[in-house]
Design a protein. Structure first.
Length: 285
């Protein structure tokens, strides 16, 4: 059970993504071997839009679960998939001894028409969670957004959606990345008042290159505090210094979270085990 991971201890988990090409699997397994040596509580594996990499997600998750002997959590998006397809993937995961799913709606695929998007089998992640809860024995996590999902018109509405996920059967939430801990603390207070009682992992992404602000961070909708923009202005043109400064920022962010009672950290590793090792050794030494 997911809840067993979170009883009476701090947890550390990682996110990785599957390789885009078959020829990159050797390097991917070497990355996983290095991450496995850091003894995370679980490793989540992302999933391509519309299920475009579902097979690779299963293969990577299977290696984590069965070779590394670390609990694997496979992302599963429903925006471009039918019920039958999702059940097949769920069956494939169970066949590989994988018990944990991060259930997501997912972003609209570029080749999906507005009409197709409007008539999809699952409108929201809570619908997917309820479906899998009824039809499989998988344990499910959901995503949460400390600064609200960018499509949601208010934080109150987003918290209501979060409660629906919990009521549908989610046993854990993993947060979208954030850089200002005050937003996270406020979010936790509001979530508790809304009746959210399952564990929440704080999602942390180290910014080790200036270009990240123009890609992943922009898409996440997360606020960028002045301390981080100043850091990038100072070190952004020097890759080595930027990497060191970005890792240091993440370490200080995590330490502040821990000092304020946030004990469950989910690190977006970007498949960079050395970076993950530096952070892990600093926060758990």
């Amino acid at each position: 059970m997911i809840k067993d991971m979170f009883e009476h201890k701090r947890t550390l988990s990682f996110e990785v993504f599957p390789p885009k090409k078959d020829g990159e699997f050797k390097a991917a397994f070497e990355t996983l071997d290095a991450l496995g040596k850091l003894s995370p509580d679980f490793i989540s594996v992302t999933y391509g839009a519309g299920g475009s990499r579902s097979g690779k997600t299963v293969e990577i998750a299977s290696y984590i679960q069965n070779t590394l002997k670390i609990d694997a959590m496979a992302h599963l998006t429903c925006v471009g998939s039918k019920r039958e397809e999702l059940l097949k993937i769920a069956q494939s995961l169970k066949a590989e001894n994988i018990n944990y799913i991060l259930a997501l709606r997912g972003d609209k695929p570029k080749d999906m028409s507005d009409e197709q998007f409007a008539s999809r089998d699952f409108a929201h992640a809570n619908d997917l969670i309820a479906f899998l809860k009824e039809n499989t024995s998988l344990h499910m996590a959901g995503a949460c957004y400390p600064e609200k999902h960018f499509e949601c018109f208010s934080m109150e509405s987003d918290l209501n959606n979060l409660k629906r996920k919990q009521d549908a059967g989610a046993e854990l939430f993993i947060s979208q990345l954030f850089f200002d801990n005050d937003f996270y603390y406020t979010f936790l207070e509001k979530a508790e008042k809304k009746g959210i009682s399952i564990p929440i992992c704080a999602g942390i992404m180290p910014i080790t290159a200036a270009k990240q602000l123009g890609t992943t961070v922009t898409l996440s909708g997360s606020s960028v505090p002045k301390a981080l923009t100043d850091l990038i202005a100072t070190y952004g043109d020097n890759p080595d210094d930027m990497k060191k400064a970005g890792i240091d920022f993440a370490i200080r962010q995590i330490r502040d979270l821990q000092e304020n009672g946030v004990n469950d950290i989910h690190l977006y590793t970007m498949n960079k085990p050395q970076m993950a090792a530096e952070i892990t050794k600093s926060i758990y030494r």
